[in-house]
Design a protein around this ligand. Structure first.
Ligand code: IPE
Ligand code: IPE
Ligand code: MG
Length: 237
């Protein structure tokens, strides 16, 4: 089974900084470097879609100063890195409720996600103010409205139709979901799209994540048998 779509919960920046007696925001800065390495690793491994959890809908409840610094870092990184990424064939996209961000940041995201004019090698989705439950409820809202307006019949709502209203449509669902930082939870990241993903948890704190570890995880993924409900005998027939 080929590895098309990887999703990552990039966790552990704060602890990485704390171990060095530095402020949490220093960890976020170093985390940005790990993002670059991961993009490179995806391109080398022919992964076509990468979805990164950068800021959850729950992360607004962090100390105001940390949220502010994260927004600044986000804005700076977008401005600085987008041209180079586009040259490399990376098409950017943003998922989440973007309306809560400043007008300037929304404009930067719109600009950064314009279609690239080089050959596309990777679609990079950045999840910001994203929540898996939000994604499902916004899909429901659209479906309900269309049903009310007579555009769709309630009977026609099945998994395929529902999925077409979720954020990552028409991209394929996630094959492999990685979480760094040692916690074994989803923290309201993608829910619908990871229904049959392989899950991989690593203790590595996000700023330390690099290409050799990514390659190791890809190897582990390749050794797994994705049965999708079938038996091993059926898969190997
Ligand atoms: C992940 O690292 C980055 C964001 C959530 C923005 P954390 O900031 O959660 O780092 P830890 O989990 O506190 O170490
Ligand atoms: C998940 O990490 C969100 C991101 C990586 C952006 P958190 O650090 O916010 O998750 P919890 O609070 O440990 O569940
Ligand atoms: Mg965390």
């Amino acid at each position: 089974m080929s590895l098309r779509h990887v999703a990552i919960i990039m966790d552990g920046n704060g602890r990485w900084a704390a171990r060095r007696k530095r402020p949490r925001t220093f960890g976020h800065q170093r985390g940005a470097r790990a993002v670059k390495k991961t993009i490179e690793a995806c391109i080398r491994n022919d992964v076509a879609y990468l979805t990164l959890f950068a800021f959850s809908s729950e992360n607004w409840s962090r100390p105001e100063q940390e949220v502010q610094k994260l927004m600044q870092l986000f804005m700076r990184s977008l401005k600085k890195e987008t041209p180079e990424l586009q040259k490399q064939g990376v098409q950017l996209a943003f998922i989440g409720d973007l309306s809560r961000f400043s007008e300037a940041l929304q404009e930067s995201m719109r600009k950064a996600s314009e279609p690239i004019n080089t050959e596309q090698r990777l679609i990079l989705n950045i999840a910001v103010n994203y929540g898996g439950q939000w994604d499902i409820s916004q899909a429901c809202r659209k479906l309900a409205q269309e049903a009310k307006d007579g555009l769709i019949q309630p009977e026609s709502i099945d998994e395929e139709l529902f999925q077409s209203y979720t954020s990552l449509h028409p991209q394929p669902v996630v094959d492999l979901m990685i979480r760094t930082g040692g916690e074994h939870r989803i923290s309201n990241f993608l829910l619908w799209q990871i229904a049959y993903s392989e899950l991989y948890f690593t203790e590595t704190l996000w700023p330390d994540f690099d290409m050799p570890e990514f390659n190791e995880i890809v190897n582990a993924f390749n050794r797994r048998e994705r049965r999708f409900g079938q038996t091993s005998e059926q898969i190997n027939a």
